[in-house]
Ligand binder design. Structure first.
Ligand SMILES: Nc1ncnc2c1ncn2[C@@H]1O[C@H](COP(=O)(O)OP(=O)(O)OP(=O)(O)O)[C@@H](O)[C@H]1O
Length: 255
């Protein structure tokens, strides 16, 4: 399934914070939304999962206007890992991740063996197996962040939207989560991830949409987009990207 954002504008309070943005993601692709603080990444992602209604433009999920798709259908198709505080305090980690199965099994039926297997697999993918029986309320910030991601994985979406999935994570778990994201893309998911760390973006994102002050100022294949000039103009850093043997960004300092 594809997700396309066409000429989307959005307003928060009295301010227009997205001024007509465009990007799209295809199955197998990891699209990174990157840009400085306040450039509109989270707002753009919220428009994609209907947490925010655009004031103009359209978000298409496989060609249909996302705002006209039944919420229940959207919940089966689009998985979301957000930065919002974990709401499932009082549940165990496993119970919380199992909520990802609700769009498929409904609220009132208990999970099948398949549901249990999918929850186990999701816990495993983000290294939460050992914490499965812990109360979510007793977890650290990074552990809770992985619960949110595991719940989205258990949902088995075709499109996965992740808002800063690595921002509370130690280095090892940043790689664990991004490797899991890469595996899911290889399985055919279309993935959009907002990310600050350009080193992770360069390594894992197949394409980028670069936001600056509510506008997409560049988009396309990652190593083609991140020129020295763009890194200086948009991010205010002196840096360069090497493509071989694998994409790496060298950061030299402030521009
Ligand atoms: N309730 C609000 N009213 C007005 N403006 C807001 C409101 N909430 C956020 N904004 C502004 O909207 C803009 C976009 O915010 P958004 O959170 O989408 O940016 P971001 O790129 O995700 O930022 P960050 O990298 O800091 O997470 C920012 O300038 C922010 O100050």
């Amino acid at each position: 399934m594809t997700l396309s954002v066409l000429d989307v504008k959005a307003r928060l309070g009295s301010r227009e914070v997205l001024h007509g943005i465009n990007f799209n993601v295809q199955p197998g692709e990891i699209l990174g939304l990157v840009g400085p603080n306040g450039s509109g990444k989270t707002t753009a992602l919220r428009c994609c999962y209907r947490a925010l209604t655009p004031t103009a433009g359209t978000v298409f999920v496989d060609g249909s206007d996302a705002h006209s798709i039944a919420r229940s259908e959207l919940a089966r198709t689009v998985g979301v890992g957000t930065q919002e505080p974990e709401a499932s305090v009082g549940l165990t980690v496993r119970e919380s991740v199992a909520l990802g199965r609700v769009p498929h099994r409904g609220w009132f039926s208990s999970g099948s063996a398949t549901d249990d297997d999918l929850v186990t697999d999701a816990l495993n993918r983000v290294d939460l197996t050992d914490l499965a029986d812990r109360d979510v309320g007793s977890l650290s910030g990074g552990e809770r962040q992985r619960v949110s991601i595991a719940r989205a994985l258990a949902q088995q979406p075709r499109i996965l939207l992740l808002d800063e999935p690595t921002n509370h994570l130690d280095l090892r778990h940043q790689l664990v989560v991004m490797n899991a994201v890469r595996d899911l893309a290889a399985d055919g998911l279309a993935i959009i991830v907002t990310v600050h760390d350009l080193r992770l973006a360069v390594e894992y994102c197949t394409s980028l949409a670069v936001l600056d002050a509510g506008r997409v100022v560049a988009s396309g294949e990652t190593t083609r987009i991140l020129t020295d000039r763009l890194l200086a103009d948009v991010f205010g850093i002196r840096a360069s990207v090497r493509s071989h043997p694998r994409p790496v960004i060298d950061i030299h300092g402030l521009a």
